[in-house]
Ligand binder design. Structure first.
Ligand code: DAH
Length: 347
């Protein structure tokens, strides 16, 4: 019996060292100390050992059991460590010098957003931000966009399941749904509900639409929204501000034009085109850049402003489109690929 015990202890280290997975480990463990294991069998034999030898053999078996258990524990630890190491991949030496040493650069969208905000601050506008998770009320209803308007369709808008809860985004109507805002115009409503005119705000931020992705569309893009509410605001003020900001951003040779359009939240409404032939890669006479108009009385009523007292203009535009113009970029997807060769060109 002692020989069997010694043989078992002699072969165990090499056998355990060859195990490489938890499954192999569990099988080996069962072979040694499981109900039908070799070691368990030895323990059972103890009863057949003559009485006077039993204390000695019992001691030997107990020692062997301790050794075996320690070897099993160490093996399991080794396998677990190897699993984690495999998940982590090759070791990283954080002391190696970075190939991209330096403070980095700003993303072109950040640069254009900051430049627009700077220009608008000079014109008296305050930068405000609104939530990207919105509700139907702020994104559509209060903006005079009826329930059957195509923009509200689930094909165009990302809606959250009815069970979703966002404690930090206030609902206005009890049973309305949460959604990802399709435009920054929702910030107009949040701002007007918070205070009284005069109001002069600019709100840049991310917006989401279920657009198909091609060279000019992405399901997630950025807009910049402006709202001005005061007494006696006219279309001339709107046109003058747009001329001023585009002239400042893109150069004095930039010309804007309005084309009549429809938006539920403005009346009259226009689409804004730019002519900027002096810019790189611009080979069209007119480039559509955003929408605008005079705030619709229905919107003022929704936020409790008297439309007979207050007037205002609003506009919204895509930041990607602007950045493409400023830097001569011809594919919107460059903005999202985080290719350092692209990003390094902007500072
Ligand atoms: N929300 C519009 C869009 O996403 C842009 C827009 C049009 C904003 C007219 C406005 C506006 O503030 O008055 O296409």
């Amino acid at each position: 019996m002692q020989d069997t015990l010694n043989a078992l202890l002699a072969k165990a280290p090499a056998e355990l060292a060859a195990l490489n997975s938890r499954a192999e480990f569990e099988a080996a463990k069962a072979r040694y100390v499981g109900p039908n294991g070799e070691f368990t069998a030895l323990m059972k034999q103890l009863g057949t050992v003559p009485k006077e030898q039993r204390p000695v053999m019992g001691k030997l078996i107990n020692e062997a059991k301790g050794q075996l258990q320690a070897q099993l524990d160490a093996t399991l630890q080794r396998i677990a460590d190897a699993e984690i190491a495999a998940q982590l991949g090759p070791a990283v030496d954080p002391t190696l010098p970075s190939p991209d040493a330096g403070p980095g650069t700003y993303h072109p969208l950040t640069l254009v957003r900051e430049e627009m905000c700077r220009i608008l601050r000079k014109a008296g506008f305050t930068v405000v931000e609104g939530p990207e998770v919105e509700t139907e009320y702020y994104c559509f209803d209060a903006l005079n966009t009826p329930a059957d308007h195509p923009a509200r369709d689930a094909q165009d808008t990302f809606y959250f399941p009815e069970t979703a809860r966002f404690g930090n985004v206030s609902k206005k109507v009890e049973n309305e749904r949460y959604l990802l805002r399709t435009h920054t115009s929702s910030v107009q409503i949040r701002t007007m509900l918070k205070g009284q005119p005069p109001i002069r705000i600019v709100s840049p931020g991310r917006v989401y639409r279920r657009d198909t992705t091609d060279a000019t569309h992405s399901a997630n893009f950025h807009q910049l929204e402006c709202l001005y509410v005061d007494k006696n605001v006219t279309v001339r003020d709107l046109k003058a501000l747009l001329d001023y900001i585009f002239g400042s951003l893109l150069g004095k040779d930039t010309i804007t034009r309005f084309r009549p359009h429809y938006f539920g939240y403005t009346e009259p409404s226009f689409e804004v085109d730019l002519s900027a032939k002096h810019l790189p890669k611009v080979n069209k006479e007119w480039i559509e850049i955003g929408g605008c108009g005079m705030v619709d009385p229905a919107v003022f009523e929704a936020v409790g402003y008297d439309p007979n007292v207050w007037s205002g203009y609003a506009f919204g535009m895509g930041l990607e489109r602007l950045a493409m113009l400023v830097y001569g970029i011809d594919d919107i997807r460059y903005f999202y690929q985080n290719d350092v060769r692209f990003l390094r060109q902007f500072s």
